[in-house]
Design a binder for this molecule. Structure first.
Ligand code: ASP
Length: 354
């Protein structure tokens, strides 16, 4: 099953984004129409999502790590320069996509992490602040209260030492109660921790890939990453080739969802290579997800044999402006911006709802 591919070759910019990216794509398109370079406009659009305290998977108000500290990851990629900038494990600065954009433009590096990233941001005048909102703190406290001294980081049957239930048991779940997500309802609704873990638990991210008025491609991904992660855990979002990848001759792609699976399969790179090999953007997303499903070997990550228990969504735009998106599981959506028009479309998927 595939969603209708979109192609509006004459109207630009064209952007593809994660379900929560609508406000960002609309702002990016409008800023680009007034003359701002598209990647800069994308970063400005993503600030809307990073600044939103109700968006608990990105920026200010994002769910914290296991110590209750919000750690953010973001990256940008500039197609014409084939150059990326990223930050990971950055604490205390909400607009991390903008910091990543500065890494791209002001340094010869592709990724700054932790304290070094914070120092860099502060040197450029970014404000340092506490990013933990009362709502995110409550969720974290609820999560902490649900732990026992026997909890471990992965399930007992996958460990040598044999501890109790995994702290991230929610990762096995992929519920979408109430049907497909919309712009105002998360595709990772809370609580998603399963019966034993009725604590708010999200993993989510905002990704935008776009084609500008000159036919050039750009991408950006920003996230607070996996909630309640081990401090220092970095997902796929700021990693070139996993959470985003742009090849100006071919297309651009991004990922949201279980970052470890995206990282271990170079997911965004795989989608772009699929498009280069002639697949449509949607089919390239599906093919990358099928490969990830085949590579999901551990039973703790499967809901049934051969079926990953987690979700991952890929987004793609080809050099000619055709967009596509696919999820591991049915019931997810993405955003397509064509000029001033913002649309929400159903994703293609690998596995139907059981
Ligand atoms: N991919 C992100 C990460 O693993 C989280 C997400 O998109 O849900 O950090």
């Amino acid at each position: 099953m595939t969603s209708a591919p979109t192609s509006h070759r004459t109207v630009r910019p064209i952007l593809v984004a994660s379900w929560n990216g609508g406000p960002a794509t609309a702002k990016a398109a409008s800023l680009h129409a007034s003359g701002m370079p598209l990647l800069h406009a994308i970063v400005e659009g993503i600030k809307l999502i990073e600044d939103d305290p109700e968006e608990m998977s990105v920026g200010y108000g994002g769910l914290p790590n296991e110590d209750g500290i919000v750690e953010l990851d973001a990256a940008v990629m500039d197609g014409p320069r084939h150059k990326a900038g990223g930050v990971a494990g950055l604490r205390g600065v909400r607009n991390v996509a903008a910091v990543a954009y500065e890494v791209l433009n002001r340094t010869d590096h592709a990724l700054l992490v932790g304290d070094g990233a914070l120092k860099f941001a502060k040197q450029l005048g970014f404000k340092e602040e506490d990013l933990l909102t009362p709502k995110a703190r409550d969720a974290w406290l609820q999560w902490k209260a649900s732990l026992s001294s026997q909890d471990a980081w992965i399930e007992a049957n996958e460990q040598h030492s044999g501890f109790g239930q995994a702290r991230w048991a929610g990762h096995k779940d992929n519920p979408t109660p109430g049907g497909p997500p919309t712009l105002s309802s998360s595709p990772h609704p809370s609580p998603v921790g399963g019966p034993a873990r009725a604590v708010p638990f999200t993993w989510g991210t905002v990704h935008l890939s776009g084609l500008d008025q000159h036919g050039n491609l750009y991408s950006c991904t920003s996230t607070s990453g996996l909630s309640y992660k081990i401090p220092g855990r970095v997902g796929d979002s700021p990693i070139v080739g996993a959470g985003l990848y742009t090849d100006n001759a071919v297309g651009s792609a991004g990922a949201t969802g279980r970052g470890e699976s995206s990282l271990q399969n170079c997911a965004a790179f795989d989608v772009v290579r699929g498009m280069e090999a002639g697949l449509s953007p949607t089919d390239a997303c599906l093919e990358a997800l099928r490969r990830i499903a085949r590579n999901t070997k551990e039973t703790r990550l499967q809901s049934r044999p051969g079926v990953p228990g987690f979700n991952l969504t890929m987004y793609a735009i080809r050099k000619d402006g055709v967009t596509g998106s696919a999820s591991m599981h049915e019931g997810y959506q993405h955003v397509v911006q064509t000029g001033t028009e913002t649309r929400i479309l159903n994703n293609a998927f690998v596995f139907e709802k059981a």
